[in-house]
Design a protein around this ligand. Structure first.
Ligand code: GLA
Length: 407
């Protein structure tokens, strides 16, 4: 009798498991540190074609950027042609005559990864066919092409629910079976930091960036923002970022028209903020200053630190801001940023500044531990925390140091 009962219960359990839906999820472990790469939008906007993409891939290798950690080559908006009679999307045959699979193979042959753009609405921001109602078909197509990264925008979404729309695309990607980094781009409208951790690997936190230090470019019903405006908006969001799920303050504008000081400050801040590092300039035509900024491995190491803790603004002393980021092995990164229009002389007495990060529960107390100091832009050791740090900072420039515990 008992055996029968057990057998019945066993078969019932098997039947229940067999009919259980397979819950989709995001591909974990794809972005344990912030993704690094290049995206066509900031420089080329809709003037993108396969020549531009191949040139970016070639230059990423030749310039040393690949060696510095950049890997994704991402085509932004305006690559789309039309959908066929079955609803499958195809690239514009004039801009991409070889097709996306061939282009992805070319990017892969360079040891890089291939990314593409679409949008949750009925049309992309540039007015091209977008994903709404075609999510599963598009995901199959991307998987067939060999896509490794998808940026998914938020134009023409009318009354769509953001959580639902992005979850649908996540599930479609998962069902297609190819691990693809999922980059949400809904500009922070629906506070994605509060719900997107299990949906995507990064989420835009603000509107679009502009290649200026502290400006607003007003387009009527929307604005682009300068580097400082975006950095200010990041301050409240640090508790939401971490390995596998990052705040995205938008792609880099290094090499797109700001001064060298400003480019250096912009890049340093993005690294302090553990931001995705998607270069947005013409990689095949960059000058030495731009290349040196984008490939500074010691600054990049702050961004790629495995703890994945976003920096916080500790203080502001006469327009010189002090940003602090805890790093592995009890190291710390400190970025002094001159926001003003004049050169500033400043000094920082480590012994009088016991800095506690309430988020990670770590404390920098140089009265207990002496650290050696390395200037990461000069690539020089500059003494220890036993001495007051004295420096002169040009307008809109930074001093970035790494503090390492003395052995
Ligand atoms: C939006 C995004 C940008 C870019 C454009 C493309 O504005 O925020 O990053 O992708 O669309 O049209």
């Amino acid at each position: 009798m008992n055996i029968r009962r057990y057998a019945c219960a066993f078969y019932l359990l098997v039947a229940m498991i067999a009919t259980m839906p397979v819950y989709a999820q995001k591909f974990d472990t794809l972005a344990l540190t912030p993704p690094m790469g290049w995206n066509s939008w900031n420089k080329f906007a809709c003037n993108v074609n396969e020549g531009v993409v191949r040139a970016a891939a070639d230059a990423m290798v030749a310039s040393g950027m690949k060696d510095a950690g950049y890997e994704y080559i991402v085509i932004d908006d305006c690559w789309q042609g039309t959908r066929d009679s079955l609803g499958f999307i195809h690239p514009d045959p004039i801009k991409f005559p070889s097709g996306m699979k061939t282009l992805a193979e070319y990017v892969h042959s360079k040891g890089l990864k291939f990314g593409i753009y679409s949008c949750a609405g009925s049309k992309t921001c540039g007015g091209y066919p977008a994903g709404r109602g075609h999510e599963y078909q598009d995901a199959i197509m991307y998987a067939q092409w060999g896509v490794d990264y998808l940026k998914y925008d938020w134009c023409n979404t009318e009354n769509l629910n953001a959580v639902g729309a992005y979850t649908t695309m996540r599930d479609a990607l998962y069902a297609a079976g190819r691990p693809i980094v999922f980059s949400l781009c809904e500009w922070g409208n629906n506070k994605p930091w509060s719900w997107a951790k299990d949906i995507g690997h990064l989420w835009r936190t603000t509107g679009d960036i502009a290649a200026c230090f502290d400006c607003e470019v007003n387009h009527g019903n929307w604005s682009q923002w300068g580097v400082m405006k975006i950095a200010d908006l990041e301050k409240e969001l640090r508790q939401y970022a971490g390995p596998g799920h990052w705040n995205d303050p938008d792609m880099l504008e290094v090499g797109n028209g700001m001064s060298v000081n400003e480019d250096r400050a912009h890049f340093s801040l993005w690294c302090m903020l553990a931001a995705p590092l998607m270069s947005g300039n013409d990689l095949s035509a960059m000058n030495a200053d731009t290349k040196n900024i984008l490939t500074n491995k010691e600054v990049i190491a702050l961004d790629q630190d495995s703890l994945g803790i976003q920096a916080f603004r500790y203080d502001s002393i006469d327009s010189v801001e002090v940003w602090v980021k805890p790093l592995v092995n009890n190291n710390w990164a400190v970025c002094f940023l001159n926001r003003s229009m004049e050169t500033k002389k400043f000094q920082f007495d480590w012994s009088k500044n016991i800095i506690t990060d309430t988020l990670s529960q770590r404390t920098l107390n140089t009265n207990e531990i002496t650290y050696s100091i390395r200037n990461l832009w000069m690539k020089k050791n500059i003494g220890t925390t036993n001495k007051i740090l004295k420096a002169e900072l040009p307008s809109h420039d930074v001093l970035v140091v790494r503090l390492s515990q003395q052995k």
